[in-house]
Design a protein around this ligand. Structure first.
Ligand SMILES: Cc1cc2nc3c(=O)[nH]c(=O)nc-3n(C[C@H](O)[C@H](O)[C@H](O)COP(=O)(O)O)c2cc1C
Length: 204
């Protein structure tokens, strides 16, 4: 970018791309808990680089071969995704506690779960959306990271968060707010929202 690209009040600061740029500003992301099964029981890990992949029922998240989540998903062929509510931010953080020397994560005891229905796994109680996924692909080649893709084979949404054709979406989100992760290191409770101003001729 050159100085001529500047608009009043705006001054682009170049960020060196020979190292990761992502800690120099905030971006909005979801925050989910990915569940996998391992020898000792289950594992849960927070992921913010996570999203639906396209319009069909696929879900993906960035992971790393160093994380048990990836090894577990590859060993079992499945994973679950729970979308926590803002009130569950501490539980969500607990799931990223370091493992003990024996390899277990005792902090997971503070995150109540219930069994998944279609895959062998657990889902987080009091979340607002639950996905059960069969592993579709693990794509590597993104530095230290991988992209884990699953096909959603079962899903459920808490009744309070389910959109109804006759309902008001703004009211739904005001009464049942969603959690956003503002990377790095902040979060937001989203309860005040607005209709997207689609162009009249917009078609998906
Ligand atoms: C708020 C938050 C967001 C995170 N997002 C991701 C992510 O998107 N991808 C990832 O690989 N790790 C992410 N992590 C780190 C892992 O979830 C964490 O290292 C986890 O403990 C790994 O556990 P595991 O070895 O049991 O898989 C995140 C951690 C936190 C606290």
């Amino acid at each position: 970018m050159s100085e001529t690209d500047e608009t009043p009040g705006q001054r682009p600061v170049p960020l060196p791309v020979d190292s990761p740029i992502w800690k120099s500003f905030f971006t909005v992301a979801p925050l989910v808990l990915v569940g996998t099964m391992e020898a000792e029981g289950h594992d849960l890990a927070p992921k913010h680089m996570a999203m639906p992949l396209g319009w069909s029922n696929y879900f993906c998240f960035a992971c790393s071969p160093r994380h048990a989540t990836q090894r577990n998903a590859q060993d079992t062929g499945v994973f679950t995704v729970s979308f926590p509510r803002p009130e569950q931010i501490v539980e969500t953080s607990m799931a990223a506690a370091p493992r003990q020397a024996e390899g277990d994560k005792p902090s997971l005891a503070a995150v109540p779960t219930f069994p998944a229905s279609e895959v062998e796994g657990v889902l987080v109680r009091d979340a607002y959306l639950w996905l059960e996924c069969r592993l579709n692909q693990v794509v590597d080649g993104f530095g230290a990271n991988t992209l884990i893709i699953g096909e959603v084979v079962a899903a459920a949404v808490d009744e309070r968060s389910m959109r109804a054709s006759e309902g008001d979406d703004a009211d739904l989100l005001a009464e049942s707010p969603t959690l956003a992760y503002l990377a790095p290191g902040r979060f937001a409770k989203i309860s005040q929202t607005y209709s997207f101003p689609y162009h009249t001729n917009f078609k998906l």
